[in-house]
Structures are given as structure tokens and as C-alpha cells.
Design a protein around this ligand. Structure first.
Ligand SMILES: [Ca+2]
Length: 284
């Protein structure tokens, strides 16, 4: 269910009313909360409006074209789940180059113990299988060991966790390969197509199996598992030691950027994705 703009206008005064002087003072320390929301509304219809110089919206694009085609990204009024427009992405089929077309918010500091909630609505036209398509990445690039550099593939240098389609029926899952973890899978809800789909991904972050991982599709909880969801310096040290390499991950590691779109398109074809109603909420 979406908030109609008028509902928001009604709620706002209620929020002020609830802070009346009759309220008893709160003794507990409230957590520091960071919230970034974007529903891809613009005045001009131009993509540039999503990147104001004051950093109040998005930070940058990630665009890797396959060698023979050009990916596309735009603000579109063709469809929306909130307001009048959404973000349209067209990621062409990969060839020798892994095709990517997504939008990024960086400069975050999501530390161990933080509770992070990422939500967005997706509309993916068509019926072609989407196996291995990646939709959201949460990453740490600065935690990589600069002494080791890029000898092990630039793809792996920003360890993190991702939402990825798995199986024959496009079961959205939590992929952890870049932190040496298995994929947290589900087979309860195939990803709906040709309609808006609300996805909510909630985690309490930990570099060990006390991390909490919840995934909801259209309000249905499809994953609720304890598992590592931050890169672990100890795990990286051990994995690289097997190759005879001394590796020092920043400890503790933290996530500094979130990407949404086709963060990688390895499917056998082009994929078009509409995104709306994005939010990330971080409680330290
Ligand atoms: Ca919108």
C-alpha cells in the first residue's frame, strides 16, 4: 500500500501533535538514525536532477557497457509506484564485458551492529529468466588491502552482500560470495513480473554468524536467517593465506555505498528495470 500525498499531509501535523509538552521526557538514548529516500521525481525530467552538488540525492552512476552496445538510464514517466515517475534502466546483454547499469549512493558509514533497512519497488517487464541478475549491492571498497591491489580481479575488490535472482523461477536471494559466504536462498515467492514489487531487505550487521538477515517480497517474509553479512578480517586472512598471500582487511569493515539497478546483468539477454520508492535507513 502506498501513501497518497494527501495522507502524508495529514500525518505531518499528527507527528507534531504527538510531541506535546505533556509527554514525559525520554531517558533512553535514541539511536543515531540516517535515512535517505528517493522516489525519482524531478522538475525537468532530466537525470542530472538526481545528482545535485549538495549530495542530498544520489552520488554517481555505475555504467559498464558490453563491447557492442550502450546501456541506458533515465527518469521515466512511463510508469511509477509513487508520484509521477520512476528510474528506468536498460542493461544490455553482457559479452566479454559484464554489463552494469545502476545508481549509487556513497559516503555511508554502516558499521558492525548497525541495523540497516533497504526498500524499493521494482517493475521488471517481460518473462525471460533472470537467474543471477543482481539488483542491490551493499559494499565496502576502502576496506580492501591496498598492498594486495587488483591482482585478484577488480570485481572482487569491493566486498559486500547483494540481492540476486536464483533458481529457475527467479527467487530473489541474499548473495554473499564476495565475503566468502554461501547464498541465503528461498523458494517461497518467485519474483513477480510485469507489476510493481515491493522489496524490503533488513540486516543487523556482523562479521560473524550473529548477523541477522531478513528479506520480504510484497510483505511476505521469504528469508529470516542468522549469518555473517559484513566482511570478516579473519576470514579474508584465512582465504588469502591459502593462496600464500598476506591480506589485511580493514578491521572492523563497514559498508560505504549502496547501488541499485542492474548492478550486474549476466542473463542471456537485455533486461529493463523500473525502480521507484527507494529508501535506506541506518540505525547505529
Ligand atoms: Ca516516483
Amino acid at each position: 500500500m502506498k501513501f497518497h500525498p494527501f495522507q502524508l499531509l495529514l500525518i505531518t501535523p499528527l507527528l507534531f501533535l504527538s510531541c506535546s509538552s505533556e509527554d514525559s521526557p525520554r531517558e533512553e538514548v535514541m539511536p543515531d538514525t540516517f535515512i535517505f529516500e528517493d522516489d525519482f521525481e524531478t522538475v525537468s525530467g532530466e537525470l542530472d536532477e538526481l545528482f545535485p552538488t549538495d549530495q542530498s540525492r544520489w552520488s554517481t552512476l555505475q555504467q559498464t557497457n558490453p563491447s557492442g552496445a550502450v546501456n541506458e538510464i533515465s527518469v521515466s514517466t512511463a510508469r511509477s509506484s509513487l508520484g509521477a515517475s520512476s528510474l528506468r534502466i536498460l542493461a544490455r546483454q553482457s559479452d566479454a564485458l559484464l554489463s552494469k547499469m545502476d545508481i549509487e549512493k556513497n559516503g555511508l558509514n554502516i558499521a558492525p551492529g548497525s541495523r540497516v533497512s533497504i526498500a524499493a519497488d521494482f517493475f521488471i517487464p517481460g518473462t525471460q529468466p533472470l537467474t543471477n541478475l543482481l539488483l542491490i549491492d551493499l559494499e565496502c571498497c576502502s576496506c580492501w588491502d591496498p598492498e594486495v591491489g587488483d591482482n585478484f580481479g577488480a570485481e572482487n575488490q569491493c566486498p559486500g552482500v547483494r540481492l540476486m535472482m536464483t533458481g529457475d523461477n527467479d527467487y530473489l536471494a541474499i548473495e554473499r560470495g564476495k565475503i566468502s559466504g554461501t547464498t541465503l536462498v528461498q523458494s517461497a515467492v518467485p519474483f513477480p513480473r510485469n507489476e510493481w514489487v515491493n522489496v524490503v531487505w533488513e540486516m543487523t550487521l556482523a562479521p560473524d554468524d550473529t548477523g541477522q538477515n531478513i528479506l520480504r517480497i510484497e510483505g511476505v517474509e521469504v528469508i529470516n536467517e542468522s549469518a555473517m553479512n559484513l566482511p570478516s578480517a579473519a576470514v579474508f586472512r584465512e582465504v588469502f593465506a591459502q593462496e600464500g598471500i598476506a591480506f589485511e582487511l580493514a578491521d572492523p569493515a563497514f559498508y560505504e555505498r549502496v547501488q541499485i539497478g542492474a548492478t550486474a546483468n549476466p542473463i542471456a539477454g537485455d533486461v529493463e528495470i523500473y525502480i521507484d520508492n527507494f529508501s535506506i535507513r541506518i540505525e547505529q
